[in-house]
Ligand binder design. Structure first.
Ligand code: ZN
Length: 73
């Protein structure tokens, strides 16, 4: 099975602050550039006082059977 990236890499921020034993878990929108992550984090921190975040990148991928991929190329 081959795996191929099929779209643009996206950047997402996630709040991982724990409050009362539960993780907030709210995620930002997905953006094409990481520049807006800090803006989102600052806004969420201002609103909630939450302090711990993760930055993620996401890439959409598709799987192909190897035989089909070789035939397509
Ligand atoms: Zn939060």
């Amino acid at each position: 099975m081959a795996i191929q990236i099929t779209g643009i890499r996206k950047h997402v921020a996630e709040c991982v602050t724990e409050t009362g034993g539960e993780t907030c878990g709210i995620r930002s929108s997905a953006w094409d550039t990481p520049a807006q992550l800090n803006t989102w984090i600052r806004a969420h921190a201002d609103e909630t006082g939450h302090t711990k975040y993760k930055k993620h990148t996401e890439e959409p991928v598709n799987t192909f059977s190897k035989r089909a991929t070789a035939a397509d190329r």
